[in-house]
Design a protein around this ligand. Structure first.
Ligand SMILES: C[S@@+](CC[C@H](N)C(=O)[O-])C[C@H]1O[C@@H](n2cnc3c(N)ncnc32)[C@H](O)[C@@H]1O
Length: 416
């Protein structure tokens, strides 16, 4: 059972409200923009939380804000040392935030309002010092008291700029900004009191060239999450409603068109056959050999993995990797039905394949690489998991003309 413990007396605390602004209108809309704005805000908040370290702690994450706190040590020397570190951390949040915005922008392929306006998002930090009663509900710390109310009230203030640190006099004294930091004085009045404030406008000069951005590719990048989310939604539908009608060929007809032998197809559970959505036939380049280890990137409902598992036999092994749970469920149901011990499905991404270096004799893939926002990375991963001298057999779409910029940034074209 969850236990609630309350500290008996209020403690001296430094409170910091970290607030992302610029998105309120999408939070009340529906569909794609709401989903994308939440993925973007969530990924940004995660990046900011990664910077939080003792003595700073997260009290809560709510909507587009984080409440952080540090219990102020009674020993003045100890606190001075801690507070210097806190200031550096606080100011670094602006840089981290701006870097993430550039990284998201670089991988964004969506034109919806939420994605198009990523560059307009801003960061505000409100700092206030005072006292708070600490309650632990299970492992989660909750703060209460008049100063906690005040730090929230301060989020609505008279500052006109859209990116700043606002410190109350008490926080300014407690934190001690660097001597060179220019601050402006102000004042705010609420039902909890009148507060003298210090406003600091951070200078954030962050630039990243294309090479740096490519090197920073991350599963946590919000634009990558958004593209994967949309692709996964599409293939969840292909898994759960194969008869609905799609812009691409699927199922038995697609297998016949791509030259799969009927005799193979007849020995695969109909539910997997129905959700086949490959774009070609990787086995036209040759069959896996008995005893080989094979990886199938983007294995979908498992058709190619099953064919490969039969070819390698019990002495071999096949690992299908896919990011869409509904596809993995179908593939695993087929594996259970066929009792193929040498067949395994793993949840994972083609850009970070969950398989050790040099494991595979052969990597196959069918209709998947075109869906990746970083195809070079997929190929680096393929080479990493292949043993020296291993083989690659990929069926996919290729284009021999430059793709118009508008099409590159149309997420609906990526997913269909
Ligand atoms: C066009 S379907 C092909 C499925 C399967 N290869 C077949 O031939 O039926 C694409 C599959 O790749 C998966 N996929 C797309 N992007 C992926 C990524 N970045 N990492 C892992 N799987 C991905 C999707 O979930 C989907 O199951």
């Amino acid at each position: 059972m969850t236990q609630t413990t309350v500290e008996s007396t209020a403690q001296p605390v430094l409170l910091m409200l970290v607030d992302i602004s610029g998105y309120t209108k999408f939070m009340v809309s529906h569909g794609k923009e709401l989903r994308h704005s939440q993925l973007i805000i969530g990924a940004l908040l995660e990046s900011l939380m990664d910077q939080v370290d003792v003595p700073l702690r997260v009290s809560y994450v709510e909507g587009d804000a984080l409440l952080l706190y540090a219990i102020r040590s009674g020993d003045a020397d100890v606190w001075r040392r801690r507070s210097q570190n806190l200031v550096v951390r606080l100011l670094s949040l602006f840089e981290v935030f701006r870097e993430r915005l550039l990284e998201i922008g670089a991988y964004s392929v969506c034109k919806c309002g939420a994605c198009a306006e990523v560059g307009d998002l801003k960061l505000k930090i409100i700092a206030h010092s005072g006292e708070a009663l600490l309650t632990h509900v299970g492992e989660f710390p909750t703060l209460s008291g008049i100063d906690v109310i005040t730090v929230h009230r301060l989020a609505k203030n008279s500052v006109q700029e859209d990116e700043y640190v606002l410190l109350t006099e008490a926080a300014y004294r407690d934190l001690g900004l660097p001597r060179e930091a220019e601050v402006r004085e102000g004042s705010e009045e609420y039902d909890t009191g009148t507060f003298k404030t210090y406003i600091y406008l951070p200078e954030v000069n962050v630039t990243l060239d294309e090479e740096e951005i490519r090197a920073r590719f991350s599963d946590q990048n919000a634009a990558v999450k958004i593209l994967r989310d949309e692709v996964s939604r599409e293939y969840t539908d292909v898994a759960s409603e194969p008869d609905r009608g799609y812009h691409f060929n699927i199922g038995r007809a697609a297998l016949a068109m791509n030259g799969y032998e009927e005799e193979w197809v007849d020995r695969i559970p109909v539910s997997s056959v129905a959700s086949f959505s490959g774009m070609g036939n990787p086995f036209q380049m040759g069959m896996p050999v008995e005893g080989e280890y094979v990886v199938d990137i983007g294995s979908g409902a498992g058709v190619d993995s099953i064919i490969a598992a039969r070819a390698v036999g019990p002495a071999g092994h096949v690992i299908g990797v896919d990011m869409t749970q509904a596809m993995l469920d179908k593939a695993n149901a087929a594996k259970a039905e066929l009792l193929l011990d040498q067949l395994e499905f793993r949840s994972g991404y083609s850009e970070s394949i969950p398989i050790s270096d040099g494991w595979a004799d052969l990597v196959i893939s069918n209709g998947v690489v075109n869906l990746s926002p970083d195809k070079d990375r997929v190929f680096r991963e393929i080479f990493r998991v292949l043993r020296p001298g291993g083989r690659i057999q990929i069926a996919d779409i290729t284009v021999d003309k430059e793709i118009p910029e508008g099409a590159k940034h149309d997420i609906d074209l990526w997913t269909s």
